[in-house]
Write a new protein. Structure first.
Length: 645
């Protein structure tokens, strides 16, 4: 008999080993582990990949009968979840009866997605299909198909509340309440939701409504529901683990959302909320979501409890490790520590940054070989990922064209001054670029166009721009300036001031257009979209790359002109897919404007590196071949080279 025993107790794996330094280090290295003093054993989540880690550390472990029985079922659950995501079609049981209208609208791939959501792995899942293929509809269908009833919360960007979620749920005949607009309107929506007696009811909210309120340790009374502790960071930490970066959590902007358990929580565009190393270190909304009371998943009632949605789930900056925040929220008992998770899968470089020996860790990407394979296997049952090429084979793939733009003499002079002296000289003064971030931002602005300086502020009002010259050349070729033809285009930049300059040029040439930024109201945005989508409407739509990256359908456009590129390839894809969507079969061309010899070229190289890493994680792990790699021209070998080989 082995002196190391494993069993299942109250939904956890318990491991008992003789105490020594070696066994302690092994137990501590297994993900999700914690010491259970009552059982005098190490306790772990009841998950297949956790069991595999245990088995690697303790191959001689004696498996008690209940653990032995679970191992077979645990492996089967992983195999089924992974295979279910790769199916070509699925037969739904409840949905056709409960919501025949919705069931009739689903494509085969959406039926597969609905079944996957209905049987989410350990009650949670990340729906990561490419943007524009209909994730919202399949998620709603999956929750209904599961038979789940009760209170369902949907947290999404404000642009998605009414035009996406409310419309889809209403079309499905579901009981839905939307909270947006003024504080009074939001409070009323929550009150109406709570008063509803519907068997299954949905509350759709703006994600920022979940923001936590934090304050320094000033003795404020904690407003977290049920907490009676007052003052003292340590006392709060001991009472309910609500310590946030040296501050004390003191409540929420909408405490009613935290007062009662939710039967299911859906987070749309999850990468925007969970894009930091952990949810705790994320933004205020991410901190709040961590504290949402959600019913625990129970194998006897396997309903979906936590669903995250994002076609680009890598978080801020587009780095693969940015997935951790989402994984941590979905399976908090398994993904407990960012650095433990990173140590298992990534190459980590530790660097000394000052003369006192302080070090920082830098992640250089996934480790190749077995650890990379383990990473992919770990994601297997947890992520639903299909590309447009798979589910929409009739939709032509996007085409990419890079337009190299020659800078004007003024641009060149200002860019050189920034590089050489760290300052930009304008006609009415100068501005310095203090620090790396400021320098990068100024370099991106100057790559777009020359600037002027007024009272220390940069603006494009007197701008000269090689990119704008190129843009208007493109518009002229398409007949937009002369009013000929009917081709429509999106023109995007991350800088509102640059869009203002383009808008002024369009006005001067009497070209009708619309412009969407983060400051655009919901009503104005809806009117602009409706006009642009209609026959005979404006043919140019100026759009802020960030503000227009989600919940906007502008598929009347056949071209997207990206005047500057974002660092995150996921953000760029979100923008491109405002036009390239399942709702219309057409060829979409993406024009990328690059000023020669500037930071534009650096960003392009960095984005391509990140894009390939993202491809490997989401698509390459499933054996899909990178389209760009497939169509890249390679020079044929000479005859003598073939002979030598």
């Amino acid at each position: 008999m082995s002196d190391k025993k494993g069993t299942v107790h109250e939904g956890r794996i318990l491991i008992r080993t003789p105490y020594n330094d070696t066994n302690y280090a092994k137990c501590k290295s297994i993900p999700g582990g914690k010491w259970n003093p009552g059982q005098k054993a190490w306790s772990y989540p009841l998950a297949w990949d956790v069991w595999q880690a245990i088995d690697r550390q303790f191959p001689d472990l004696e498996r008690l009968p209940n653990l032995e029985g679970w191992i077979e079922s645990g492996k089967e659950a992983v195999v089924e979840a992974t295979a279910r995501a790769l199916a070509k079609d699925a037969t739904l049981v409840r949905l056709p009866t409960e919501c025949p209208t919705l069931a009739g609208l689903l494509r085969p791939d959406q039926r597969v997605g609905a079944e996957w959501v209905a049987h989410a792995y350990r009650g949670s899942g990340l729906v990561a299909d490419e943007p524009g293929v209909g994730k919202t509809m399949l998620t709603i269908a999956g929750i209904i198909e599961s038979g789940l009833t009760g209170r369902i919360l949907v947290a999404c960007p404000k642009l998605s509340v009414k035009p996406v979620w409310w419309m889809e749920l209403a079309r499905a005949g579901e009981t839905v309440f939307i909270a947006r607009g003024t504080r009074a309107r939001r409070d009323k929506a929550i009150a109406d939701f709570e008063a509803s007696t519907a068997e299954r009811k949905w509350l759709v909210i703006v994600a920022e409504m979940l923001r936590a309120q934090v304050a320094k340790d000033t003795g404020l009374e904690c407003m977290f529901p049920g907490c009676e502790v007052t003052g003292g960071t340590k006392r709060h930490l001991a009472s309910h683990d609500k310590l946030v970066e040296g501050k004390t959590l003191v409540g929420f902007e909408y405490p009613a959302l935290f007062a009662e358990d939710w039967d299911c929580v859906v987070v749309d565009e999850s990468h925007k909320l969970f894009g930091s190393l952990t949810v705790v270190k994320g933004n205020l909304a991410g901190r709040g979501i961590k504290n949402l009371p959600v019913k625990e998943w129970d194998a006897s009632q396997p309903f979906p409890r936590r669903i995250a949605m994002s076609g680009t789930p890598f978080g801020r900056g587009g780095r693969v490790q940015g997935m951790f925040g989402t994984l941590h929220w979905l399976w908090p008992d398994e993904f407990t520590s960012f650095w433990k998770w990173a140590d298992r899968h990534f190459d980590i470089e530790e660097r000394v940054i000052n003369r006192f020996g302080k070090t920082v860790k830098k992640i250089n990407g996934l480790r190749e070989g077995k650890t990379e394979a383990d990473f992919y296997a770990n994601l297997g049952p947890r992520i639903l990922r299909r590309t447009k090429a798979e589910v929409l084979p009739w939709l032509p793939p996007k085409q990419y064209v890079t337009l190299m733009c020659e800078m004007t003499p003024k641009q060149v002079r200002q860019y050189k001054g920034l590089v050489d002296d760290g300052e930009i000289q304008g006609d009415h003064g100068f501005v310095t670029a203090d620090g790396t971030l400021a320098g990068i931002t100024r370099a991106k602005q100057l790559a777009n166009g020359s600037v002027d300086v007024h009272n220390g502020h940069v603006n494009y009002l007197d701008s000269q721009s090689g990119k704008v010259d190129m843009l208007f050349q493109q518009l002229e070729e398409r007949g937009i300036l002369s009013g000929d033809g009917d081709r429509k285009v999106l023109v995007a930049s991350q800088f509102n001031e640059f869009l203002d300059f383009v808008a002024a040029e369009l006005k001067a040439k009497e070209v009708p257009f619309h412009m969407l930024t983060g400051a655009s109201s919901d009503t104005k945005r809806d009117k602009m979209m409706k006009d642009f989508q209609a026959d005979g409407g404006a043919r140019v739509f100026l759009i802020n790359s960030k503000a227009g990256g989600v919940s906007v359908t502008l598929d009347a456009a056949d071209e997207v002109h990206c005047l500057d590129t974002l660092w995150d390839p996921g953000d760029n894809q979100q923008l491109e897919d405002r036009a390239h969507r399942a709702s219309r079969m057409h060829q979409v061309t993406i024009y990328i404007y690059v000023s020669e010899g500037t930071i534009d070229e650096v960003i392009a190289k960095d984005v391509e590196g990140k894009r390939f890493q993202q491809f490997k994680v989401l698509d390459g792990r499933l054996g899909r071949q990178d389209l760009r790699d497939m169509i890249t021209y390679r020079k044929p070998k000479e005859d003598n080279e073939e002979d030598a080989a």
